[in-house]
Design a binder for this molecule. Sequence first.
Ligand SMILES: [Ca+2]
Ligand SMILES: [Ca+2]
Ligand SMILES: [Ca+2]
Length: 558
Amino acid sequence: MRNIYFLLFLFNSILISSAVRYVNINSTTGSSPYTSWSTAGNDLQAVINACQVGDEVWVASGTYTPARDPFGNVSPSDNRDKTFYLKDGISVYGGFNGTETFLSDRNLNSNVTILSGDLGVLGSTTDNSYHVVLFSGNSSSAIGVRLDGFFITGGSAYGTVNNNVNGNVVSRLAGPAVYFLYGNNIISNNKIYVNAGYSGGGIYTSNTNSIISNNEIYNNKANYDGGGVSVFKGTNTITNNYIHDNTATGDGGAIYASYGVDNIISKNVIGKNKAGISQIDTYYYGGGGIYAERGSNTIINNVLYENTSNYMGGGILLYYGTNKVINNTIYKNNATAGGGFYTYLGTNTVKNNIFWANIDGTDTEPGADYINNHDWPATNYIFNNVLQLAQNAYNTVNNNSLSGNISNNIFQTNPNFKNGTSIFGADGILRTSDDGLSLLSNSVAINYGHIIDAPTDDITGATRMGNPDLGAYEQLIGNLNVAESKINYYRIYPNPAKDFLNIKINDKILKIEIFNTSGQLIKTTKESKIDISAFPQGNYILNILTENKIFAEKFIKE
Ligand SMILES: [Ca+2]
Ligand SMILES: [Ca+2]
Ligand SMILES: [Ca+2]
């Protein structure tokens, strides 16, 4: 009998786990369990509290301000402990107008759903929430939460003593917008702006396995480290974010990653962040874009532009960890030492990057790409990058020194960006093929990359073709071979073609890939006569791998 009850309980749990619960600040007809828009609650925390593991909370547009501390007190001894406290195992989504049936129906920009920490006097930050959103999972059994589609602002983590929530120490000095402890979390599609604290001016995570993706994180401030984001320990993926105009007085203007295991920082556009503003104590600071310390991190397919540090590492500062820095575009960053990049201690692979127009301090001559600390050098493997100065210019101690295992870099050759003054490109959208730091078709960076550990796609999501290009962007058209080599080496006919495409080549074909102009792989074959009769009309790109060569060619399907 007891087993039957247990099974019923399980069955019930599964049924309940699919619930969507609704919140609309304008609702006057709310009633528990809030499972329709017509019974939506107007108290976000009350609806969160009604959730079971697996539930979703859908929140309609409006400005929501927390009214309780993590323990449910409406009049806590410190009013600034008021927060939206997430229950474990739930997903909370913003961006609805209050009528939607499907998650995909929501429109984040039309239905602005704000989580605001602006308690007390509006516009004054000294009485605001320490954490606008808090998740403190069980340290051994946390499932994790999803926070998706909100505008999160007004957090102010300038407290004194720590709090203790669900068995964890919660610092009142970190994560003013989002503070997550433990669990497998997703923080995506949010705008996180104008929050401030000592650490992680936008987001702070500790011991999590978090995916932080597709957020815009800007105008946040940390008095110590991580102006935009701070991830401490755990294994975190920070991808496809636009992180700009954040400041850290200490390390990591945009991102501060410490003690992580296999963090991935990829496809982010990281611009105009500042670190190392002033000397906090006897130490010096930096990493205007990214600071990573004592962990393992793969930093791949990012654009870092116009980040600054008054001390070290305008773009990136790596200290005492094991890092791979691959296929990044590191452009116009500025620091007193290491405008682009600074390393000390640790082991780093630095491959397929473009360093360009980086500057040290008030120098007027660009080329301050890289410094390895003279007294505590890292072991660096620096392959297949574009570096701005002549090789023999990278030889002075603490001034553009290039020490380590160096090979196959391109020196003193302009990578020919499309338009370095237009990061977004003509379409005004980041991470598309017209972005200003993508490559012109005559760029030396095209196909120059080393293939080991290189990403299979670029910052726009387009498949990399032939050998990877250097930097964050793969240039599809520029991968096409010049006419001369075509005549000598291979022929593709007819072109345009209708049903079959023939490839005549004096080499053994290992693989042929066909991509559409969006970079999607359409077909893979080894045949020299390829049936293309089912393809839609249009332009395609062949990527041909032979025993001796990789090359690409365009053809037209009639
Ligand atoms: Ca206030
Ligand atoms: Ca664009
Ligand atoms: Ca390529």
